[in-house]
Ligand binder design. Structure first.
Ligand code: PMP
Length: 409
């Protein structure tokens, strides 16, 4: 790793504080990541020097903002190894991207009796758009099951994806179980049945290298805020020909070719899908976040996080009365670990951990069907990032023992 851990840590001043008299241990990265100074300063720089609307004004600031916006698009393309920068559409985030596909591609291509295949481990934002589309169209929504240890059941995937399947949408990395799904294999299966495949990359892009040409998915969605970028910015990747064939999702400024009184024509991809004033600062902040991640290297990030999992998972599994959901080994385990403590409600666990300065999330993690599948209503989730270390892991373990003692279990 080029940057030493302390150097990385110093880039995140927010982490340098005490909560309830204990050092802050931020383990809620699957909800949102913290932002390095480089990203924060870039937002200030943009607003202090270059702020203007894009693709409208010929003055210097307008040109600068437009140029930076398009440089960012290219940067996202290269970061994900997409074929063409026109395949990168800026959105508000993963939820926005997935809804865009459902309301355009889905609306235009799904018919009564068609099948849509998702899995039991989907975040609501990769579930409800398809559920509602299926209801609107009288289509059939099917769920791929999980194996006992919380991996996607690939045999069930082969059974569920058939010639009736028109669309498959699967999370790349689970935000609850921490598993990485074999999206590349799923793409081969989906394409062999002439179905399109979408991957929800919200939990993946921040933590593992993603190569879109290698995965060969048709669409890919993610958010900037989970990868050190600002909130309110995200990306929809789509293969150019597919995007070209789709109708716009919104109408308004800068998405048109020409507007007549009773008829309009649309700009080419990607602008057709970027109606109205864009989140220019968000895009520029995301671009800086990509620089930051590239500087460390995505391979290094995923390796570092896996080392943390190797360190903490066995310690968690040793705690009496603690159940880990998902794989119990470290092989296919990203640094997201969901667990429960026997006899204590997950919300009480999270509140007690906060008393020790440890920030985790408790709840259904926007994955209620998964909770039902696991037979629980909620879990505690600890999610690590590149600025967490063994000290943070130890603090979590210590806080869990404190919690058990406090609740006398
Ligand atoms: N999918 C997954 C796997 C996620 O982890 C998240 C965010 N927690 C989302 C979708 C939704 O992302 P956003 O709220 O940024 O739109």
């Amino acid at each position: 790793m080029d940057k030493s851990f302390q150097k990385i840590r110093n880039d995140f001043p927010i982490l340098n504080q005490r909560i309830n008299n204990e050092p802050l241990v931020y383990l809620d990265n699957a909800a949102t990541s913290q932002k390095p100074n480089q990203v924060i300063n870039e937002l200030v720089r943009y607003y202090q020097n270059d702020n203007a609307n894009t693709r409208r004004s010929v003055h210097t600031l307008g040109e600068r903002a437009t140029e930076e916006f398009e440089i960012a698009r290219k940067k996202v393309q290269v970061f994900l190894n997409a074929k063409d920068s026109r395949e990168i559409i800026f959105t508000k985030g993963t939820t926005d991207s997935l809804n865009l596909i459902a309301s355009t591609y889905g609306e235009e291509n799904i018919q009564a009796g068609d099948e849509i295949v998702i899995s039991y481990m989907e975040h609501h934002s990769n579930l409800i758009p398809w559920q509602q589309l299926a209801l609107r169209k009288n289509a059939v929504l099917k769920y791929i099951g999980l194996t006992k240890d919380g991996q996607l059941d690939m045999e069930d995937a082969r059974r569920k994806i058939t010639d009736r399947t028109k669309l498959v949408s699967i999370t790349h990395v689970s935000n609850v179980l921490g598993v990485t799904n074999d999206v590349k294999k799923l793409a081969i299966i989906a394409h062999s049945h002439n179905a399109v495949i979408i991957a929800d990359g919200a939990q993946a892009v921040a933590n593992i290298p993603v190569d879109l040409q290698d995965l060969n998915v048709d669409f890919y969605a993610f958010s900037g805020h989970k990868m050190m970028g600002p909130m309110g910015i995200g990306v929809l990747y789509g293969k150019y020909d597919l995007l070209k064939s789709m109708s716009p999702n919104q109408y308004g400024g800068e998405m048109i070719d020409s507007v007549k009184k009773y008829h309009s024509t649309w700009a080419d991809v990607p602008f057709k899908f970027e109606a109205g004033t864009q989140n220019v600062a968000g895009v520029i902040g995301l671009s800086k976040a990509i620089d930051y991640l590239n500087d460390i290297g995505m391979k290094n990030i995923s390796k570092y996080e896996n080392e943390l999992v190797k360190y903490i998972l066995p310690k968690l599994l040793k705690i009496e009365g603690l159940t880990v959901y998902g794989p119990q080994d470290t092989k296919n385990h990203n640094a997201v670990i969901s667990f429960n403590l026997n006899g204590i409600h997950p919300h009480d666990v999270a509140t007690a951990l906060d008393m020790d300065g440890v920030a985790v999330r408790a709840g259904h993690h926007c994955a209620q069907p998964l909770m039902n599948y696991l037979g629980v209503t909620a879990t505690v989730r600890a999610s690590f990032y590149i600025y967490n270390n063994q000290f943070d892991a130890d603090q979590l373990i210590k806080a869990i023992y404190d919690t058990k003692e406090f609740f006398n279990v």
